[in-house]
Design a protein around this ligand. Structure first.
Ligand code: HEM
Length: 388
């Protein structure tokens, strides 16, 4: 195991490692992986705000052999693009986002809980977290039940489109599923007429034709589904774990929504679903007298920055009353800042509020939590709970 690119499945407490690095080596050159790892809040903020730190290419010259549908999606995602391509893709993603119908999560949660019941135990991750955020996005774009089912059943494999080092098996699955998901999403966007108004705006501003706008819309709606699946799943998991592990549920719920929202926000700082993101320097960048050279790779350890004592008082303490918890870096900042940050906090708050309102006794059945073998995200594989 190296200190920077370990798998979250292989480490019980990544935070003690981050604490050590923050203290000894906040800007660390990892010789083995040939990258800079940034552990400090200031370092991460500087790079996130830098106009010369780009999102790295994950599949240069299509060396991974993605087919045309998969490649079309990957190349047009706001999350993976830079410069003018990013400006346009982000505009498209924001347009889609602002056209989502508002959904109440209660009914969806109730159905998922019912479906997931298995005797006294329920696996919160598989029954709720992996489904609910994606179902909410699908429903808010009016997908029918059949298409929604197909997409929710296959989205997990498609999320691998975002990772740099894919296995052959992952590539084959992406290639198998991308065309079908692309065509389902395209059909839904055509039926809803969403593309037309955007064609006018974008073709005037950037000289883009209708076909290209449609393909940007399809790719970025798929992007919203991918982001909901991974990160949305993690936030719902980690926030529930904080409540159950710390036995916070017994607290007086006089102002429930606010209380739960504060737990969700502090979870984003203290135990975030996303731990790292990446950049590459396209010019020399000076960071605390260290020169990050043009072409150097940079790993931003956001989860470590969230525990930086220069930013947060007693950072190792889960404290919902700290007044700057919301300045965590879990959603990124700058040009690529997550456009769904308020949506994600609201969603997790609503779900947990409903859960604790309807069920007065919720307990963790197994406190040994295993994590997915991912390096950038800390996502519990299962959380077994009893609900009464
Ligand atoms: C707790 C949940 C979430 C977390 C922690 C999260 C985190 C992030 C982070 C860290 C970034 C920026 C990456 C970077 O700068 O390198 C990002 C970008 C993005 N997120 Fe989220 N996200 C969450 C939920 C969502 C959801 C639910 C959606 C969609 C419905 C979404 C859509 C996006 C998009 C489209 C971008 C790309 C923005 C751009 O590059 O301009 N996120 N997210």
């Amino acid at each position: 195991m190296t200190t920077t690119l370990f798998l979250q499945s292989e480490i019980q407490d990544p935070y003690s490692l981050y604490q050590k690095m923050l203290y000894q080596n906040p800007i660390y050159w990892d010789e083995e992986n040939e990258l800079w790892a940034l552990y400090s809040y200031d370092g991460c903020v500087t790079i996130l705000n830098s106009s010369v730190a780009y999102i790295p290419e994950i599949n240069p010259d299509n060396e991974q052999g993605l087919n045309s549908s998969a490649l079309q999606i990957a190349l047009q995602l706001a999350r993976l693009s830079n410069g003018i391509h990013h400006d346009i893709a982000r505009e498209v993603a924001m347009f889609l986002f602002s056209n989502m119908n508002v959904m109440t999560t209660n009914k969806i949660l109730k159905e998922l809980l019912k479906k997931g019941e298995n005797g006294p135990a329920l696996d919160w991750v598989n029954s709720v977290c992996k489904q609910l955020p994606v179902v909410v996005v699908l429903k808010s774009f009016d997908f029918n039940d059949k298409d929604s089912l197909f997409i929710t059943e296959n989205i997990e494999q498609l999320t691998k489109i975002m990772i740099p080092n894919k296995t052959q098996e992952q590539i084959e699955f992406i290639n198998r599923i991308a065309k079908k998901i692309y065509s389902l999403v395209e059909k839904q966007l055509i039926n809803s007429g969403l593309g037309n108004s955007l064609v006018d705006i974008l073709s005037k501003k950037h000289q883009i034709g209708a076909e290209k706008v449609m393909s940007l819309l399809v790719s970025n709606l798929i992007g919203l589904l991918i982001q909901s699946y991974d990160a949305g799943r993690g936030l719902l998991s980690n926030a529930l774990l904080q409540i159950l592990n710390k036995d916070l549920a017994h607290l007086e719920l006089s102002n429930e929504s606010d209380w739960i929202q504060r737990i969700v926000i502090e979870t984003l700082r203290f135990d975030p679903p996303i731990h790292t993101t990446r950049r590459v320097a396209v010019e020399d960048i000076v960071l605390n007298k260290v020169v990050v050279k043009k072409g150097d790779k940079i790993l931003l350890v956001l989860a470590s920055a969230n525990r930086d004592a220069n930013q947060f008082l007693n950072p190792q303490v889960f404290d919902t009353n700290r007044n700057n918890n919301g300045s965590h870096l879990t959603f990124g900042i700058g040009g690529h800042e997550c456009l769904a940050k308020h949506f994600s906090v609201r969603l997790a708050t609503d779900v947990l509020q409903y859960l604790f309102e309807k069920h007065k006794s919720i307990a963790l059945l197994d406190d040994k939590i295993e994590y997915e073998s991912l390096s950038n995200a800390r996502l519990p594989k299962n959380i077994l709970i009893s609900i009464e």
